[in-house]
Design a binder for this molecule. Structure first.
Ligand code: ATP
Ligand code: MG
Length: 579
């Protein structure tokens, strides 16, 4: 029932197709009762010597017409019912992806990639199966059994029916017991299969590391273990499956044996005719599938409900950064200001930012430097609104960010993360990710600003070169410059470079920063870097340590006051002169 409630929206939308399918299925079941009755009648006619060629031709013709009619009707219900399966699968996948695109990092922390992949594949399939195959088995059971029973009672003999039904409770038992075993083992096999997939994924993506640490043998034996597990579980499924079919045949055979023996007795007692006995036994055979279908229905429904639960659980999770209820309209950001912002990552018990304040006017550049782990990236991420923060701490154009729409804010920002993210597409597709309709001219300009033109010229297919998964075909510095070109193409109001040039040499870095300064005049930029020369031109520089600002000012001021910045600068200048 909970399955129906959870997917009420779907059944509500598609009720017409369900009504159509169920009606047609009922008609089909009723129609399939006709051939056994005709056969019985014909046998009786033969026995009584009344069979004329005319009535035989009529019967045959009727059966042929019936065959054609059933063909059409079955086509109709299969189409209308199973289309729903495909439809709900596609709707759920879309819903899921839409959800994923809106969620913040803490959601992905709670739900691993493996879980989400399983949800998008296995669970979606299970729900689709319940909405199609499950409904079919339920209708088959209810309609199939009741129509056959009614036919047996009214057309033949209720006594014979009751006698033949004696073994059927055992059938229910077998279906329940063995069916449960099949199901449990099947689920186990699926879980092991999932584990094997994860392991394979990790082995393949980590192959280079595995080889360089000479862990091949260990990796192979670990994989061996999971494949053996999958094999064992599947073998068990096969065993129970193999037991299942013959048990059903055995019980049905028993039922038929009673039907024939007691039926023959009734024929001799003249309570039923020979033809009716034959009809009855055919009816008996027609009960097998509805019985099995009931087991299948329970099975599919259980899996479908579990999947629907999991799906709902994910779809109902709210993003922990909510869009503003009262949205204040703002034009281009004229300033960015933080006032005493303290921040802790969700689930972490140490503060990553402590009472941070700064103000940046439109067109200015902010440099952020400091030891590794001092909170530079964390500070930049606040502007991306990925984590919930206290109210009235972060302001854009002097308006608290809580009152600014998330989409609008994201639209202003172009962000180059510290760990680059490239797609296994062509260079060009990677670069125009944020602006799919960019012209060739714009792309060339962004590529030039990122000092990437020469690299492109050297690639076999230029901008159309496929760069492989995560950009494996590119060097570290090349990947960074692709990411920069991607960000520069947007020409956004605010550019955030999080240590984005760490893998390029100092000279190239200077060139790129120079380009950015001249091309982005009047726009705001935030840069973090371990190389202080990258921020020395900034209007304001924050020196961070353990989430706090320990010094700030322009390059000259910081040099004048001495401390970490001055030491680091001199150290780096000396190293550079040695190169
Ligand atoms: P680096 O120079 O190495 O890039 P950083 O200054 O950018 O360092 P941050 O990434 O801001 O440092 O990290 C600051 C602190 O926050 C670190 O102590 C880190 O362990 C913690 N931290 C970073 N990301 C998370 C996260 N997702 N969840 C919990 N803690 C985090
Ligand atoms: Mg960082």
């Amino acid at each position: 029932m909970s399955f129906v409630i959870k997917l009420k929206w779907f059944f509500k939308e598609r009720w017409k197709s369900y009504v159509l399918a169920i009606t047609v299925m009922t008609i089909v079941t009723l129609l399939t009762m006709i051939p056994p009755i005709m056969i019985g009648k014909t046998v009786d006619e033969i026995r009584e010597g009344q069979l004329t060629s005319e009535s035989l031709t009529q019967t045959v013709l009727l059966l042929v017409v019936l065959g054609i009619l059933l063909y059409i009707l079955v086509y109709i219900w299969i189409m209308s019912l199973f289309r729903n399966s495909a439809l709900i699968e596609s709707i759920l996948r879309k819903k899921l992806l839409t959800k994923l695109t809106k969620m913040t990092p803490s959601f992905f922390h709670r739900n691993t990639t493996g879980d989400l992949m399983a949800l998008a594949t296995n669970d979606v399939l299970a729900i689709g199966q319940t909405a199609g195959f499950g409904v079919m088995t339920l209708v088959n059971t209810i309609v199939g059994v009741s129509v056959v029973v009614v036919m047996m009672v009214f057309l033949i003999s209720y006594k014979l029916m009751l006698a033949a039904f004696i073994p059927l409770p055992f059938l229910a038992l077998v279906i329940n017991k063995l069916g449960k075993n099949v199901r449990v083992n099947f689920l186990g096999a699926q879980a092991s299969f999932g584990k094997m997939n994860d392991q394979a994924l990790e082995s393949i993506s980590g192959m280079r590391v595995i080889r360089s640490y000479v862990q091949e043998e260990d990796d192979i034996s670990a994989f061996d273990k999971v494949t053996t597990e999958v094999l064992d579980k599947n073998r068990k499924v096969a065993i129970f499956n193999a037991l299942f079919q013959p048990s059903i045949s055995l019980i049905v055979g028993l039922s038929v044996a009673i039907g024939i023996s007691y039926g023959s007795y009734l024929v001799y007692q003249n309570e039923i005719t020979l033809g009716e006995l034959i009809t009855f036994n055919i009816f008996l055979g027609m009960l097998i599938w509805p019985m099995i279908a009931f087991g299948e229905f329970i099975n599919v429904l259980q899996r479908g409900s579990a999947s629907a639960d999991r799906m709902e659980n994910v779809l109902l999770q709210e993003s922990d950064v909510k869009n503003a209820e009262e949205i204040t309209k703002v034009g281009a950001p004229t300033s960015i200001e933080m006032k005493n912002l303290t921040f802790k990552y969700p689930g972490s018990n140490t503060t990553s930012l402590e009472r941070l304040s700064f103000r940046l006017e439109q067109g200015q550049t902010l440099g952020i430097v400091g030891r590794t782990g001092s909170g530079k990236s964390t500070l930049l991420k606040q502007l991306l609104r990925q984590y919930p923060i206290d109210k009235e701490r972060l302001f854009i154009s002097d308006i608290p960010v809580e009152q600014i729409s998330l989409e609008k804010m994201k639209g202003w920002i172009s962000y180059v993360p510290q760990e680059h993210m490239l797609l296994s597409k062509t260079l060009k597709e990677n670069i125009k990710l944020g602006k799919p309709d960019a012209t060739q001219e714009e792309i060339d300009r962004a590529v030039k600003m990122a000092s990437f033109t020469k690299d492109v010229a050297r690639m076999t297919d230029g901008l159309e070169t496929l760069i492989g998964e995560q950009g494996v075909m590119l060097s570290g510095g090349q990947k960074q410059r692709v990411a920069i070109a991607r960000a520069l193409l947007l020409d956004a109001e605010v550019l955030i470079l999080d240590d984005s040039l760490s893998a390029v040499d100092a000279k190239t870095e200077n060139k790129i920063l120079h380009e950015i300064r001249s091309e982005r005049a009047g726009k705001t930029t935030l840069i973090t870097s371990h190389r202080l020369s990258a921020v020395s031109h900034a209007d304001w520089i924050l020196v961070m340590d353990e989430g706090r600002v320990i010094a700030e000012g322009t390059h000259e001021e910081l040099m004048f006051h001495g401390g970490w910045y001055k030491e680091q600068w001199e150290h780096q200048q000396m190293e550079a002169s040695l190169d």
